[in-house]
Design a protein around this ligand. Structure first.
Ligand SMILES: Nc1ncnc2c1ncn2[C@@H]1O[C@H](COP(=O)(O)OP(=O)(O)OP(=O)(O)O)[C@@H](O)[C@H]1O
Ligand SMILES: [Mg+2]
Length: 447
């Protein structure tokens, strides 16, 4: 991987570049923003370490300019100690990560390795995207929409690595299906796929569930028991709803992932484990780490790859294929959908995503009498759905109305009678609108 370091302090530049060269990276340096842009234009650099505070152009601006040249570039912003705002802004601009000064070299190398892994997989994804597009799809997985095809080709690449992956998506989008796909595509396929639902295990049993326990480890432990990590030997552990994992247990999970070793509850010795971990969540774990509800180090450990499954309403290309697929799965005889019915099915936003969609189709084809599904056969919610555009339109009209009332009031010195006259409405109506939109006359500033 080619890395560019941008820093106005020669000493720092030398220290970091010496260190990274020793680690085997190809390193470029720049002492200011202009130089960075010039070097970046002519060199295929994948990662930039950016000092935030520089005299000519700030790190933010440099990052912006580099992203314009190549949006795929990865960046780590180096910020002053405790400069949280700066770090947040850098992440918003598309930095992958940030490090506080003084730079901890071990932390730096870990972050670089994570990015390195991602870069090599991204390159592979680009390369295979074309080939995979239609050639190959696993059974039982519909993916017509381009974002789904991308997600699957990423899963395919991830499958061939030993690293952890985090699958994110709303409820019912197919996170578990995707996790199984990763397992099935990997050379761990012959070994178990073990699900741990972090939301359903009582906190006091958690450790023993996942790591096992020895006989007599606690009251009721009458015999020793293997945990899920042991049961999955050679295979995959699927940590579902990882956002619900009790924070007290997170360090133990982190250790298991980092060292590849676990200790049964009550055991004297630890043991090696051989599993790949895939986690899933419908929560924003990044945000949870900021709020101290999820350990950041664990987040980064799990999130070597992130596979995002978009909600069904954002991949309507999948709906026709899903209809066919679920009809085949649930109908005992051929069933067709009238164009009107199909249209309604496509427009509905499905808050419960594919799971909700599956149940709807299952129900329809079970209850239908003839062989054509018409709008009348659809569930009430779908029949009644008027489209999101209408609520968007109402919001838009409200905003326009508020602006007009406000402008009329301002132009007429906040005299309601005259403002109403200008708008062509009665005084009663303007009073109502003022109240509805919460319009308040600004306090007069006395001079
Ligand atoms: N792309 C797809 N093609 C076919 N079936 C799918 C697809 N995605 C999801 N499904 C089906 O939808 C249902 C829900 O999928 P799954 O359990 O994987 O979702 P999930 O994201 O884990 O949901 P939750 O957040 O509720 O745990 C399953 O029956 C699954 O087979
Ligand atoms: Mg699930």
């Amino acid at each position: 991987m080619k890395i560019m370091i941008v820093d106005d302090e020669a000493g720092q530049l030398e220290l970091l570049s010496g260190f990274l060269k020793k680690q085997g990276y190809e390193v470029f340096t720049a002492q200011n923003g202009e130089e960075a842009v010039v070097t970046f234009k002519k060199t295929p650099i994948q990662l930039v370490l950016l000092d935030h505070r520089m005299p000519d152009i700030t790190g933010d601006e440099v990052l912006q300019r580099l992203k314009e040249i190549n949006p795929m570039v990865h960046a780590i912003m180096i910020t002053a100690y405790g400069a949280v705002d700066t770090a947040v802004r850098a992440m918003k601009l598309g930095a992958d990560d940030f490090l506080e000064k003084p730079v901890d070299l071990a932390g730096l190398i870990q972050k670089i390795q994570e990015i390195d892994e991602r870069v090599s997989v991204e390159e592979d994804v680009d390369a295979v995207r074309e080939i995979i597009n239609d050639a190959w799809l696993p059974d039982g997985m519909i993916a017509e929409a381009p974002q789904m095809k991308d997600a699957i080709s990423l899963a395919r690449r991830v499958a061939q690595t030993p690293w952890a992956a985090l699958i994110r998506g709303e409820t019912g989008t197919g996170k578990e299906l995707m996790a199984r796909l990763i397992h099935d595509l990997s050379d761990r396929k012959k070994y178990p796929f073990i699900v741990i639902n972090c939301a359903s295990i009582p906190e006091n049993l958690f450790e023993s569930e996942i790591f096992g326990h020895e006989r007599g480890a606690f009251t009721g432990a009458v015999s020793s028991k293997r945990g899920k990590f042991e049961l999955a030997k050679g295979g995959t552990v699927f940590l579902d709803e990882i956002g619900e994992m009790p924070i007290a247990l997170q360090p133990k999970l982190l250790r298991a992932l980092q060292e590849g070793r676990i200790t049964r509850v009550g055991a004297e010795k630890d043991m090696d484990i051989d599993v790949r971990v895939v986690a899933a969540t419908n929560r924003d774990i990044k945000k949870m780490t900021d709020a101290g509800q999820f350990r950041e180090d664990l987040y980064y450990r799990l999130n070597v790859f992130e596979i995002e499954i978009p909600p069904l309403r954002q991949r309507k290309e999948d709906i026709l294929e899903l209809i066919k697929y679920f009809v085949k799965k649930y109908a005992r005889r051929p069933v067709n959908f009238s164009p009107d019915a199909t249209d309604l099915l496509i427009k509905y936003p499905y808050p419960g995503n594919v799971r909700e969609f599956e149940h709807i189709i299952q129900r329809i084809v079970t209850l239908i009498r003839g062989d054509v599904v018409r709008p009348g056969d659809l569930p009430d919610d779908i029949k009644a759905y008027q489209g999101e555009d209408i609520s968007a339109l109402t919001a838009r009209l409200d905003a326009v109305e508020r602006r007009m009332v406000l402008a009329a009031l301002e132009q007429n010195g906040w005299n309601q009678t005259r403002a109403a006259g200008q708008l062509g409405v009665s005084e009663r109506v303007i009073r109502y609108k003022i109240q509805k939109h919460g319009i308040i006359r600004p306090k007069q500033v006395s001079v």
